[in-house]
Design a binder for this molecule. Structure first.
Ligand code: 6R9
Length: 571
């Protein structure tokens, strides 16, 4: 077999003729898949859950299979409808209205999904926060969004700031607690008292539904704002790319604190009405295989970092499990190494389909379809209805096989509609009618796109986006640290690891204990995944004359590369 090109396999794929579909496709054609095309009543929560609960054929179908080390439960579409109605009633009782921001800071659990859809049903905007965040990360996001309600657990409550959050009116606690203050709402008690009937707040397709905070190279994390209209593309990609069919058992490994965990951990599968496996707790290669086997998973959406761990765990491991149900595997978040694709062909006897998109894009844009040839190392081709290209710094298209900035013609349905409270940041994404991604890539003559790297300083560690500024800001809060510069350093398993360069304040001596203390300071103050794995003390941090940290220079030093243009370097 030609390893450069892996042919599509025979199969009953939802999208059979990609080329033909691309030529004749219009997004308007997708609208017939939604009840609002007939009723005029719009809410993504209705399309995702209630529509299947209203249908006698799917009402009692298992929507959610939840498994965590200490808990195994299921929910039917009808049960999810009722529980989310109850939660919407709880929010209503406490005065939550359309457009309000309600944040979730809790591990994956059946209660998370009830709360999530309750928020959408009342027309409010959901803000899921990654459960590993520490106080500073939680504070930044709640402050910026001016969230009025937070749903969390007693275990995570100590990481919720008690001050500086004037807008935060109520905290819903999911789990046993003895909080007496009227600021706290007990989830269990309120849910028991709440009706399971609720009149959904019908919204406009352009009304907000979701805020995902994500890191850029400068400034604090920014709130990427998505609207209900996103459902059009989420449905389309769940159909074409995830290739979901009625009796599929689907599993997405991503946490809903990240966009993959909402777009394709929640909306994609349930818009298509399939059974969705949600796995809580920590992962090991063994527990991944067990989850696939025990739930008879048919379609699996995961990340290179997970796949690379499975590769390292050895080729014999998958033989111990019955993975015969698995028919379709996809990957997102980082470059998918060709070696991993080769491993997949051997160990799973399946092709692994890379997909490219971003928090800002809301849904998949460049993908490998089951009905198309795969070129290992390439992210694939744009989905029907999407135009992608490579542009130079001025936003002009450049020819095939030349590296530049990956750009998408504006107007795809799932595009973010704003950066919360930051219109100028939003504007900065667009040049000449193109959304400019900040990823460097090239396109070959056949229209396959090949990822090369980030053009800014954003770090991608184990598939999670980390902004160096956020880590630097935390580092310099430590009394010993004067200045800090943070970079991503290539790592075979994690893609990149975080490396921090610091200078010390007077009176502090470098020691392994001090460095470990500083590391722990970031880990417990910000989040574990943002804590530098490597910390190096320097006499000075290189900066431009205007005071910007020259991370590129730090990286060149670290990797022993030529330092390029240093004309803006401060004396
Ligand atoms: C969905 C998601 C976005 C950034 C993106 C790029 C990287 C995503 C990729 C990929 C290579 C792929 N990325 N998919 N790099 N190949 N298939 O991951 O969103 O967390 O916002 O990250 O991730 O650099 O710009 P997000």
């Amino acid at each position: 077999m030609d390893m450069q090109k892996i042919p599509a396999r025979e199969g009953n794929h939802n999208l059979k003729d990609y080329q033909k579909m691309r030529e004749s496709f219009s997004w308007d054609d997708m609208k017939k898949n939604f009840s609002w095309s007939e009723t005029g009543k719009v809410n993504i929560a209705y399309e995702t859950i209630d529509r299947h609960a209203d249908n006698p054929d799917t009402k009692d179908k298992v929507a959610l299979i939840y498994s965590a080390p200490d808990r195994e439960e299921t929910r039917t579409f009808d049960e999810l409808r009722k529980e989310s109605n109850q939660f919407a009633n709880v929010l209503k009782k406490y005065g939550v209205k359309k457009g309000d921001r309600v944040f979730l800071f809790m591990p994956r659990s059946p209660e998370f999904y009830a709360a999530f859809f309750g928020i959408l049903k009342i027309g409010a905007i959901a803000g899921p926060l990654f459960e590993a965040f520490m106080e500073q990360a939680v504070r930044d996001r709640l402050q910026d969004s001016q969230a009025s309600v937070l749903v969390t657990t007693p275990e995570l409550l100590p990481r919720v700031p008690q001050d500086d959050l004037p807008d935060l009116q109520k905290i819903v606690l999911v789990g046993e607690n003895d909080e007496k203050d009227e600021k706290y709402i007990d989830y269990q008690r309120e849910m028991e008292a709440a009706s399971d009937q609720f009149d959904i707040e019908w919204v406009d397709l352009e009304d907000g539904m979701l805020l995902h905070y994500t890191s850029g190279s400068t400034g604090k994390p920014k709130g990427v704002y998505h609207v209900h209209n996103n459902m059009i593309q989420l449905y389309a990609t769940a159909d074409w790319v995830l290739d979901l069919k009625d009796d599929d058992i689907y599993w997405c490994t991503a946490d809903p604190g990240w966009v993959t965990g909402t777009s394709y951990g929640i909306f994609g599968p349930w818009l298509k009405g399939v059974t969705n496996v949600i796995r809580g707790g920590r992962f090991t290669p063994e527990s991944w295989y067990e989850t696939l086997q025990d739930n008879k998973v048919t379609v699996w959406y995961t990340a290179p970092t997970a796949l690379r761990k499975m590769v390292s765990a050895g080729e014999n491991l998958p033989e111990k499990y019955d993975l015969s149900s698995l028919r379709h595997v996809l990957s997102v978040g980082e470059p998918l190494n060709p070696e991993v694709i080769t491993w997949g062909l051997k160990a799973l006897n399946l092709r692994i389909h890379d997909t490219w998109w971003m928090t800002e894009t809301g849904a998949m844009l460049i993908v490998n379809l089951p009905s198309e040839e795969i070129r290992p190392g390439s992210m694939g081709q744009p989905i029907p209805g999407v135009e992608a290209t490579i542009v130079d710094n001025e936003g002009n298209e450049i020819p095939p096989n030349q590296m530049g900035n990956l750009a998408i013609k504006t107007g795809w349905p799932s595009m973010m509609r704003a950066i919360w409270n930051n219109p100028s940041k939003y504007e900065s994404y667009f040049v000449n009618g193109w959304y400019v991604s900040g990823d460097s890539a090239y396109r070959d003559e056949d229209g396959y796109f090949w990822f090369q790297g980030r053009l800014d300083d954003v770090i991608n560690t184990s598939g999670e986006r980390v902004g160096p500024f956020e880590v630097e800001s935390k580092l310099i809060e430590h009394p010993a640290v004067m200045e800090a510069g943070v970079i991503g350093k290539p790592d075979p398993e994690r893609g990149e690891i975080i490396k921090a360069f610091i200078t010390l304040n007077e009176g502090y001596e470098e020691s392994p204990e001090l460095l470990e203390e500083i590391r722990q300071f970031v880990k417990t103050g910000l989040s574990a995944h943002a804590a530098p794995r490597e910390l190096e003390v320097k006499d000075a941090i290189p900066k431009t004359r205007s005071g910007k940290i020259m991370r590129r220079l730090l990286k060149s030093w670290e990797l022993g590369l030529p330092t390029g243009d240093t004309s803006t370097l401060e004396e």
